[in-house]
Design a protein around this ligand. Structure first.
Ligand code: ADP
Ligand code: 5RP
Length: 545
């Protein structure tokens, strides 16, 4: 069980602590105004005053069932460049939000950075808010895969991130087992990442189950080290198999402490091969020798999973009975936040990457173009995710420079530069080509012209993405809401609207963490309804009733 590291005390003088705001968001006017806090963005919003008036903030140590209404709901978004927490009340009013970067050097230990930031975000919440949180839900980057010890979640190997394309051999193995054009056959799919671990090809070890750094760690920890060439746990052996989890699953398990056979959700499991229509792993996947490594329980996004582990509650200050709910991916959380409800409405997440989600009455999937369909409730969110997006802009301009240059752009005068902006070789959607090269030259002298060329290039990718969905029979596009950092750029919005030919505007709520908080609220309501139904059934069944 990975418990939160002791939070740096407010008086800690190390550089790291100085940069970080480790005490709760200050309540008194005399304290440092949140707006001046470096690296963190800690805001108390109108909802706090209303909740304070309503006496919402019960003392810590109460169970969910007794958390005094109005209860609060916590969404945690672990995106590409940083993590954010949003707390909402029953009406969906934002009560507090906090964000934090992963810090320099995070790439050397992603799991450690995610765990550290998780408990720092929780520690950054106002104590009165934190102690009223009735449920929590996470969203993470899609197809970010982890191989862990099923007893306590300890990673056995570095995570494989959302955009890491796997080798041709495992892609071929995935194509040999999955249906044609299945999203699990994409080079960046979770299935391909699992197969890289399974065949041990990630450290040059011979294919066929030899090597693979994780097997050495697993053996040291007394775990089984199954592989294609045998090596499975001997019949009757007590040694448990390693477990595959997604980033959001692993973070949730840090709070609920339910390990063993693992819990994931429909959306995160899609690129593993899970079928959200069947609500099960298809036979072609369940019959594989590596099936024991798959997370056994797959829940709907927002569904109740388990209560907070009591030790974690004591360590982080969330109420002991706080419910941890099923998660989702960051672009779906952004979709949920935007509040889209009609077929033909779409959400483009313009964050570090460009992800599009169109609400469609028809499901469309084709890995040849990086197109797949997520299920949310009883609708299909069709789309995909390009490697292009804000991460390319950030290579040339910081946010301040973007704000300074944007007024000089002329959305009505295309530059003709015809860029395909990528952070490096490789594209997922609407072209699925791990070798695709960036195209961002010639670079004009004028930075404003260069920036406009980049924004036009990303907008052209977005337009091609929606055009691909239309060509595949998805519901016709009628409107695009924008989430993510790029939503703030009016000139980019105008360029995109010109290319898309439909109304484009920023989503009122575009933050994925807000969408995750809505899922947490949904889970708390589902749990309360189930408890009421159980109580009513018990009362009916009681003798003499
Ligand atoms: N004014 C702007 N115009 C265009 N892009 C912007 C602007 N401000 C921020 N961005 C881009 O938004 C991205 C960050 O958005 P965010 O949603 O936080 O991304 P993520 O969560 O994927 O890290 C950055 O890559 C940045 O380049
Ligand atoms: O690119 C990403 C990183 O932010 C997205 O997480 C991801 O690729 C979107 O995938 P999905 O459509 O499964 O939500």
């Amino acid at each position: 069980m990975l418990l939160p590291a002791r939070a740096a005390s407010p008086n800690t003088t190390t550089a790291t602590a100085k940069q970080q705001h480790s005490s709760p968001c200050p309540r008194s006017p005399a304290a440092t105004p949140c707006a001046q806090l470096p690296r963190n963005h800690c805001r108390k919003l109108p909802g706090v005053r209303r909740a304070l008036r309503a006496g919402a903030f019960a003392p810590t140590g109460v169970s969910t069932a007794t958390i005094a209404p109005p209860r609060l709901y916590l969404g945690l978004d672990f995106g590409t460049s940083g993590a954010r927490a949003a707390v909402i009340d029953d009406e969906g009013t934002l009560v507090q939000d906090v964000k934090r970067g992963y810090g320099d050097g995070a790439e050397a230990d992603w799991a450690g950075a995610w765990r550290r930031v998780l408990f720092e975000l929780i520690g950054s919440l106002d104590p009165a808010v934190r102690s009223s949180v009735a449920s929590v839900a996470f969203d993470g980057t899609s197809a970010t895969a982890m191989l862990v010890d099923p007893r306590d979640g300890t990673p056995l190997a570095p995570p494989k991130l959302y955009n890491e394309a796997q080798g041709r051999d495992v892609v071929a193995a995935a194509k040999a087992m999955a249906p044609p054009a299945h999203t699990a056959t994409a080079p960046t799919s979770t299935l391909c990442k699992l197969l890289t671990w399974w065949y041990g090809t990630d450290d040059g070890a011979a294919a066929g189950g030899g090597g693979g750094g994780w097997r050495r760690v697993a053996a040291e920890r007394g775990l089984a080290t199954p592989g294609p060439g045998g090596g499975a746990a001997a019949a009757g052996s007590a040694a448990p198999s390693p477990l595959l989890l997604h980033q959001a699953d692993w973070l949730a398990a840090l709070l609920h402490g339910v390990y063993g056979s693992g819990v994931t959700d429909w959306n995160n499991a899609l690129k593993l091969g899970y079928d959200p229509e069947l609500e099960s792993y298809p036979a072609w996947l369940a019959q594989q020798r590596f099936a024991p490594l798959l997370p056994a329980r797959v829940v709907a996004p927002g569904a109740p999973v388990a209560s907070l582990d009591s030790r974690v509650s004591a360590a982080c200050g969330l109420p002991p009975g706080c419910l941890v709910c099923g998660g989702t991916t960051d672009s779906i959380a952004a979709f949920v936040a935007a509040g889209v409800t009609e077929a033909g409405q779409a959400v483009t997440s313009l964050g570090s990457t460009l992800a599009v989600k169109l609400l469609s009455t028809t499901r469309v999937d084709d890995a040849a173009y990086g197109v797949y369909s997520h299920r949310l409730g009883d609708v299909w969110l069709v789309g995909g995710a390009s490697n292009s997006g804000g991460a390319v802009l950030r290579r040339f301009f910081n946010d301040q420079q973007l704000r300074e240059l944007t007024p000089r752009l002329d959305a009505d005068r295309p530059t003709g530069l015809d860029y395909y902006p990528l952070p490096g070789p490789g594209e997922r959607f609407p072209v699925a080509d791990p070798e695709l090269q960036p195209r961002m030259s010639p670079r004009p002298e004028d930075d404003a012209l260069f920036l406009q060329g980049l924004l036009e290039g990303i907008a052209q990718i977005e337009a091609a993405a929606y055009g691909r969905l239309a060509a595949m029979g998805a519901s016709p596009l009628r409107q695009v809401l924008t989430a993510g950092g790029g939503a703030a750029n009016p000139k980019w919005t105008a360029i995109r609207q010109r290319l898309l030919g439909v109304p484009v505007r920023a989503a009122e709520q575009g933050e994925a963490c807000y969408g995750a908080a809505l899922l947490a609220r949904q889970g708390a309501r589902q749990a309360a309804a189930a408890a009421s139904a159980a109580a009513a059934a018990a009362a009916t069944a009681a003798p003499g009733s």
